[in-house]
Design a binder for this molecule. Sequence first.
Ligand code: ADP
Length: 469
Amino acid sequence: MKFSFKILLCMMTVIALALGFSGYYFVNYVFETSLEREIGQSLDESSILGFALETAALNVPTNYSALPDNTIDEIAANLEASGQQKRLLRISDEQKQILYVSDGFLEDKHLLAETGADVKSYRVARAGGKHYVHAVTAVNARNRILYLETMRDVSEVFTERTMGFSLYRRVTLLMLLVGLLLMYVMTSFLTKPMRILTRATKQMAAGDYAYRANQVSQDELGELTTDFNAMAEALERNVGALEREVAAKEEFMGAFAHELKTPLTAIIGYADTLRSQSMDEEKQLMAANYIYTEGKRLEAMSLRLLDIIVAGSQEVHLQRIAAELIFDYLKEMFSGRTDVKIQFAFDAGIVCAEPNLIKTVLVNLIDNACKASEPGGSIEVEGRAAEDGYQFSVRDYGIGIPREEQQKITKAFYMVDKSRARRQNGAGLGLALCAEILKIHGSELVIESEEKKGSCFCFFLKDRAAKCN
Ligand code: ADP
């Protein structure tokens, strides 16, 4: 069952119960008040008639010591006819023997039997489809105790109650119908955000992550819509990132397979020639040499790949290391290079990094700068201390990198000039490793380059005092 119908059902039940109980209470209250008033009037009438009977008895001539029965008959007949309508009454003597009874008076004598000489009593009785207040009062009439019973028709009060209930039932039904209509409109309005959210959820489940729910209220459901949209935003972002990651992995696998294929084809080809053909020693040496070089290239490539994987998965242990120590290492490392002029300039300072990894980055960058430079070209390696960290830069004045390639060169296996890179024993993995290492240091490579003018690769290592040992 739909939620809006459930709300509707609950509300209608509450309204029906409220109207039912209040209607019953109201009609019954009116009925009981009217009946009490009728009983009061009945008892008053009974007292007045009793008084009239006593007075009439006193007016009877005194030559009777006690009131004779036929005189009582006469008085009763007068009392019966004294009202606007004919009264119903019954008079009994001390032994509760009936002396006079009006036509149509109740035959039941229980109330009379229960009533003593000094009490008044009454009951509401039903006879011949009508309701009466039956009252008994004892009267002292000239030394005789007489019991005067009266009957007052109160059927109208009961009819009014029945009519009240019937009217209230109809009003309740009408109000329920009108209420049903109004509630339907209201619940539809109130549950609109839920319908919108359901639609949005279905759209997202179908893969439309860009779909957003329209916020139509400012209440809790409106808040839920905002949260839902925030969740959708995060989901879209994460799915996008995952998709990009998958695409990058596919691209990586494709490039990897390609890079593997070229040396392997050469190795297999030369090995096959060696085993199937007889050739002179010089050619044999050349083939073996080719197999060796390509094998070495494969080995270097697999070691680089391993480095990248290890760098990506490893938790970096940052240390505070003097910049001087890093530059001393670099100077010694490249001291044998005479084809280019490498100049080192640095500020004294503390670098917050994993020393070996940062040295690997700098060695790769300097190596690339050397490869990009003409013989005799100059390379500047600088270290600048800043307030919140340390900045490294490697500048060369070599071939430079075209603008459209600059974003791609940190991807694994990407080489701007493949044949040149292969000639220089490159596999397009050095910058990918650098980017991975800098990523775990919370940094990134910034590349400035102009074709035929040179390039500058720099990165900034923040002084993360809390994380550094
Ligand atoms: P490789 O092993 O080929 O050097 P890298 O990932 O280090 O791989 O570099 C990727 C490519 O970026 C290189 O093949 C080269 O084309 C280009 N490159 C890197 N550094 C420089 C530079 N300083 N000047 C010009 N091109 C560069």
